[in-house]
Write a protein that binds this ligand. Structure first.
Ligand code: SAH
Ligand code: SF4
Length: 383
């Protein structure tokens, strides 16, 4: 491709305070455009791509197959940066949480949950969330904005740095899976999430397969088809209730996209099969949605959908209007599902000592700015 054909593709992100532009987070096309605008041949973009996304290199001077004068020119215009880390916390059980500060001072959290056969990174898609699910603390946060693609990829890159994962051989990687289950509704920021996931999935870069990525949505029905077609990632749906009446209250988005429409969109989700099921998330709220009748109705609703159900013990936060169901209630609920043939694992709380639970993420990043230390809570191991 010639110079001109790339020129229109590169709308560089706003430069940082030092006037340089961050290359981490650029797509292949954008990187190619940035390079050709400097008068360099296109293969340089390929070299940079591998350094940035495959080797995790941040210093142009260590990019050994790029001539020294060009390294200097690159460093004058560009950086390869990560979001700033405000705080990193490590649980006794290996769970790690990083509070990240973006260039405008806004903060989000990223959590790494190691398990025997995998390591999952829980990634945020927005600062806060515009939706107001009643059991979720993130939904009470006033300040909300979409994260840029670079800020989403930046979470993954920072985690790879901290886990010293860039050079680890394939079978020894600590970060193998991604769940878009942190702060925010990913389907309300689809373009940036999609761009970020394309970068993450690229086989010559970070190379995490779409089969190891799960996007969780509260039910943004009109975006689900696109998500399946364009990204092909696993889908998790935050169902939480089996009637419109209750779901209207718990997940107010239900008033726009009621249960039937949501389940129809699940039936139509591309690429679903018995080997590749949709995960339904169901938060267990004492005396609200946890009866045997609820479980049986759930079985009825899921009929015909290759599904598994993830039961999430409710993680309380100060002032929350709910309590977590009893262990026995969760157990009984799970048994009904299993008898009907649905795997229904209960999410195990992890890293209780570093407060990073589903739906509690607001508390920490907001509290961090006011006072330390934060209160105790729990982190849940996703799927
Ligand atoms: N916005 C998306 C993804 C982020 S929330 C969504 O709602 O799906 C990730 C999961 O955490 C969702 O299933 C959500 O319902 C659940 N969750 C939120 N608050 C919670 C809480 N207090 N306790 C347990 N799970 C919670
Ligand atoms: Fe937003 Fe998800 Fe929390 Fe609902 S549960 S408020 S959609 S982050």
């Amino acid at each position: 491709m010639g110079l001109d054909s790339h020129a229109s593709l590169f709308a560089p992100p706003p430069p940082r305070a030092d006037g340089r532009v961050n290359l981490a987070g650029l797509s292949r096309d954008e990187l190619a455009a940035a390079v050709t605008e400097m008068g360099e041949p296109a293969f340089r973009a390929q070299q940079l791509w591998r350094w940035i996304y495959n080797a995790g290199e941040t210093d142009f001077d260590r990019m050994s197959n790029i001539a020294k004068p060009l390294r200097t020119r690159l460093a004058e215009r560009f950086v390869v940066a990560r979001p700033a880390e405000s705080r990193g916390q490590h649980s006794f059980d290996g769970t790690a949480k990083w509070l990240l500060r973006m260039d405008d001072g806004q903060e989000v959290e990223t959590v790494h949950i190691p398990e025997e056969d995998r390591g999952t990174l829980c990634v945020s898609s927005q600062v806060g969330c515009t939706l107001t699910c009643r059991f979720c603390h993130t939904g009470t946060q006033r300040l909300v904005r979409n994260l840029e693609a670079s800020e989403i990829v930046g979470q993954v890159m920072l985690a790879r740095d901290r886990l010293e994962d860039w050079r680890a051989p394939e079978g020894e990687r600590k970060l193998t899976n991604i769940v878009l289950m942190g702060m925010g509704e990913p389907l309300y920021n689809f373009d940036n999430v999609a761009k970020a996931m394309r970068i993450v999935m690229d086989g010559e870069g970070i190379s995490i397969s779409r089969r190891r990525i799960t996007l969780s949505t509260s039910g943004v029905v009109p975006m689900m088809q696109r998500c399946g077609e364009e990204l092909g990632v696993n889908l998790a749906v935050s169902l939480h209730a089996v009637t419109d009446e209750l779901r209207d209250e718990l997940v107010p988005l239900n008033r726009k996209y009621p249960v039937k429409e949501l389940l129809d969109a699940c039936r139509a989700y591309p690429g679903t099969s018995n080997a590749r099921r949709i995960t339904f998330e169901y938060v267990m709220l004492k005396g609200v949605n946890d009866t045997l009748a609820d479980a049986r109705e759930l079985v009825r609703l899921l009929d015909g959908i290759p599904a598994k159900v993830n039961l999430i013990p409710f993680n309380p936060w100060p002032g929350a209007p709910y309590e977590c169901s009893t262990k026995e209630a969760i157990q009984r609920f799970s048994e009904v599902l299993m008898e009907a043939g649905y795997a229904s694992p209960v999410r195990t709380p992890r890293g209780r000592d570093i407060q990073a639970a589903c739906g509690q993420l607001k508390s920490d990043s907001v509290r961090q700015r006011r006072a330390r230390p934060a209160v105790d809570s729990a982190v849940s191991a996703p799927i």
